[in-house]
Every structure is written in structure tokens, then in C-alpha cells.
Design a protein around this ligand. Structure first.
Ligand code: HEM
Length: 452
């Protein structure tokens, strides 16, 4: 009987710099450093991030190995696991059977047909921003777009989740309390040294108080909705659908599970979509010719009407601009994993426990897949020159974003409403650098001047 002996693969290539040097390079300019490493070592390379060596993957085939074909041999990276402090066990952080059960229960609520009924709520949630932009246009005063987009997507997620169930006072609490909580969560995810949770740091205490305030609101709404459901009127917002969701045995989500999922959807669906809209406005300001064509498209299809879900497929150029924005600036630019068994990725054998990250940012600018990879060319999508293999802003495989249709609908509706009536310019050109934290965003304020 023959024995097959597989030769051990070489170690992935990577710099021989000291951990300190690597930490400094990563801190100063993470994307520039990773770009430099790819140029020096190829599509898969080794880089030290904090205390760990990580295999960085920037090629679609290797990304598929990690996220699709061998997905069962990975769990989420350590950073994501730290989010459990605030999120509890929601879709983003759950693993194994718990994740499978929740994903199966929640998936139908995120199908396009279920979501299209929420389009009007999204447009209403964007109304205050629309008014703010018109006012800014009339006064000629600059407006910081990044903050405005965070506010509008927070209101949009709140309205999709709760419909009109959130009182104005509660919305104000959510608007005040959620951002610091999300920031604190993001900084815990990024931090290399974990302070114990019981250590009373000011940011920790602030976020614990915020968490309590939000919990009280979510608990009140869940209780009210359960009562309405028992009375036969569950409501068609996302919370109503989640409350009504049942698995094959007739089981649903408990109050605690619903709370964790609601917080997860706030976290996952808020800043990602806001950053997409901020980059979109910045890119259109830098490409006034494209912006003029987008506006002509919007006026042709909408006239003076508000956008609806049915309008979105009739706005090919706007959609192409959103896709091209997501290609150049994927908000979830890095997807980290940890191997739960020995695996082979990009031809390298990795032991159980190895850290692997898919760098969506570099992958979507891969020169073998995208001609002129660093340039904003929305028309490539209209000409059918897109390469679906090398485009994965929402990830791939079983853990792919559950909110992708919602995000595209939300970005499309908000952009259509705003750009129908105003032309955006960024007189100082806007920040040239990127902040690559948990999400990717411009590394400074984007101060826009609007014109009617
Ligand atoms: C442009 C906006 C968005 C982008 C770029 C984005 C991107 C992603 C990516 C790349 C993942 C996969 C992470 C991984 O595999 O580790 C993910 C997961 C997820 N996203 Fe999104 N997302 C966006 C908007 C949303 C929205 C609007 C929601 C819901 C309100 C949402 C909810 C989720 C959830 C719950 C997960 C975890 C899914 C699971 O593990 O089963 N996302 N997102």
C-alpha cells in the first residue's frame, strides 16, 4: 500500500523587519504599506499585525478558498470576537449552530421583496438631510458630508428596523448614544492590548451607560411589538419580520436574541453605508462631468418625484457610480479569519489557529482584473467590463453580508433624493488620504458646498 507524502509548503513570503518597524509602518499608512508588500512579495504575503503574523490574501482565487470553499475551517478573526461585549451574540459575532439558526431565520426578512416595502421609510428618514442640503445650497455655507451621511444612515436603519415605532425622543437618544458606543467598540477591536472589561476607563463607562440607554429603548419596542403581534398586527418593518420569523420546528428568536440582532444591524448597517455615500459624493464632486450625467438621469426618470424602489433599476448610471465607489473604497476593506483546523491557502499550509485576512481593498484594485484599477470609471460597469470575480464589497460565501440588498437600496434611494436637487462641490478637493480602521473612510472632513 503506497503512502502519499505531501511536501510541506514554504512559508508565505513577507518582510523581515522587526515587529516594531512593522507596527509603525502599518500605523502610519496601512493601505500604502500593504500595497508595498503586495508589490514586493506577490498576491499572498505574511505581515505582522499586533502580536500576530497574518497571511494577507489579495487575489480572488485565494479569497474564495478562505470565504467559500474552506469556510467551514475558519471562524471570524479575534477583533470581531471582541465586539461581543456590546453586541452579544448577533449574526456578526455568532459561530456554529447558533449562527446557522439565526441566519436561516433572518435571511427571508432581507430579500428584495421584503425590503422594497421599506423604501418609503428610508426616503422619509432622508428628508431632514435633504432639507439641510437645500439650506446649505441657499446659504452657500459648507457642510461636513461625513457627519451628515452618518446621521442619515442611522435614521434610515432605525426606520427600517422600527418603522414609526421609535418616538422622536427615542430617536434623539439613539442619535446621541449609538455613535460613541460604536466608536468605543471599534477602538476595542483595533486595540492590540486588551484592557480588562471591568477596568473603569472613561470611554468604557460612557459606552456602558449608552448601552443601558439603548437597551431600555429596544426592550420597550420589543415588548410593544410582541403585544401588537399577539393582537394580530405585527407590522412590516424589519423588527416585525424578525419577531414573526420561525424555524422548521416553529421556534423564534427570544427577546435577548432579538436585542443582540438589533444592535448588530445598527452596527453593521450604519457606518458602512454612510461611508459609501460620503465617498460617492466626494467622487462625484471630483468628476463633475459624471455628476452632470447622473443628475440628467435622475431628472429624466424622477422629474420632481421622490425615488421609489421600482425606480432604482431604471438608474443604471447612478448604480454604476455606487458599484465603482464600492470597488475603490470598500467600507469593509479587510475581512479577518482564524483557522479552526489546518488549511492550505494560496498554496501555503497553515496550522490551526493561523490568522488570515482577505484584503478586499487591494483585491478590488488588482491590475490583472481591472484596467486602470485606481481610477473612478463608472462607465466600465455600463460597458459590461466588470469582473465579478474580483468584486466582493459584501464579502463572499456563507458569511456574506446579509444586508447587501438593503445597503444598495438605501444608498441608491438616499443618493437619488439628494442628487436630484443639488449639485455637490468640494472646493478644497477633500482629504487625499484614507483612514483604514474597522471601516474605510476619508482621513479628514469632507466639506462640501452645494448648489441648486
Ligand atoms: C455598503 C454597506 C455595507 C457593506 C460594504 C457591508 C459589508 C459586509 C461584509 C464584507 C460582510 C462580511 C464580513 C465577514 O465575512 O466577516 C458583512 C456582514 C454583515 N453585514 Fe454588511 N455591509 C454593508 C451594509 C450592511 C447593512 C445595511 C446591514 C444590515 C442592516 C448589514 C448587516 C450585516 C450583517 C448582519 C453581517 C454578518 C452576516 C453573517 O455573518 O451572517 N450590512 N457586511
Amino acid at each position: 500500500m503506497g503512502v502519499t507524502v505531501t511536501a510541506p509548503s514554504p512559508l508565505p513570503p513577507g518582510p523581515r523587519t522587526s515587529p516594531l518597524r512593522s507596527a509603525l509602518d502599518l500605523r502610519r499608512d496601512p493601505l500604502g504599506y500593504l500595497r508595498h508588500l503586495r508589490a514586493a512579495y506577490g498576491d499572498a504575503f505574511r505581515v505582522r499585525i499586533g502580536p500576530r503574523e497574518v497571511l494577507m490574501v489579495t487575489h480572488p482565487d485565494a479569497a474564495r478558498e478562505v470565504l467559500v470553499t474552506q469556510a467551514a475551517r475558519f471562524r471570524k478573526g479575534r477583533g470581531i470576537q471582541k465586539m461581543q461585549d456590546f453586541l452579544g451574540t448577533g449574526l456578526l459575532t455568532a459561530e456554529g449552530q447558533t449562527w446557522r439558526t439565526h441566519r436561516r431565520l433572518m435571511q427571508p426578512s432581507f430579500h428584495r421583496a421584503a425590503l422594497s416595502g421599506m423604501a418609503d421609510d428610508i426616503v422619509q428618514a432622508a428628508r431632514p438631510t435633504h432639507t439641510a442640503l437645500l439650506k446649505a445650497a441657499d446659504s452657500g455655507v459648507g457642510l461636513e458630508v461625513g457627519g451628515e451621511m452618518l446621521r442619515v444612515t442611522l435614521r434610515a436603519v432605525a426606520s427600517v428596523l422600527f418603522g414609526t415605532g421609535l418616538s422622536d425622543g427615542e430617536l434623539a437618544v439613539v442619535e446621541a448614544e449609538l455613535p460613541p458606543l460604536l466608536d468605543h467598540t471599534a477602538s476595542r477591536v483595533r486595540s492590540v492590548v486588551d484592557l480588562p472589561r471591568w477596568l473603569p476607563t472613561p470611554a468604557g463607562q460612557r459606552s456602558a451607560a449608552a448601552s443601558r440607554a439603548l437597551d431600555a429603548i429596544v426592550a420597550r419596542i420589543i415588548a410593544a411589538r410582541r403585544a401588537e403581534q399577539e393582537a394580530g398586527t405585527p407590522g412590516n418593518d424589519l423588527l416585525g419580520l424578525l419577531l414573526a420569523a420561525r424555524d422548521e420546528e416553529g421556534g423564534g428568536l427570544s427577546d435577548r436574541e432579538l436585542r443582540d440582532e438589533v444592535m448588530t444591524l445598527f452596527l453593521a448597517g450604519h457606518e458602512t453605508t454612510a461611508n459609501t455615500l460620503t465617498f460617492l459624493l466626494l467622487l462625484l464632486a471630483r468628476h463633475p462631468d459624471v455628476q452632470a450625467r447622473v443628475q440628467a438621469e435622475l431628472r429624466g426618470v424622477l422629474g420632481d418625484r421622490d425615488p421609489t424602489a421600482a425606480d432604482l433599476p431604471r438608474l443604471p448610471l447612478l448604480n454604476a457610480c455606487i458599484q465603482e465607489t464600492l470597488r475603490l473604497y470598500p467600507p469593509a476593506w479587510l475581512v479577518p479569519r482564524q483557522a479552526t483546523a489546518p488549511v492550505r491557502v494560496a498554496g501555503f499550509d497553515l496550522p490551526e489557529g493561523a490568522a488570515v485576512s482577505v484584503c478586499i481593498y487591494l483585491l478590488q484594485r488588482h491590475a490583472a482584473y481591472w484596467p486602470d484599477p485606481h481610477t473612478f470609471v463608472p462607465d466600465r460597469w455600463l460597458r459590461g467590463e466588470r469582473t465579478p470575480d474580483a468584486f466582493m464589497p459584501f464579502g463572499l460565501g456563507p458569511r456574506m453580508c446579509i444586508g447587501n440588498n438593503l445597503a444598495l437600496m438605501e444608498a441608491g434611494l438616499i443618493a437619488a433624493l439628494l442628487l436630484r436637487d443639488v449639485h455637490v462641490t468640494v472646493p478644497d478637493g477633500g482629504p487625499t488620504g484614507l483612514h483604514a480602521g474597522v471601516t474605510l473612510r476619508p482621513d479628514g472632513p469632507v466639506t462640501a458646498v452645494f448648489h441648486r
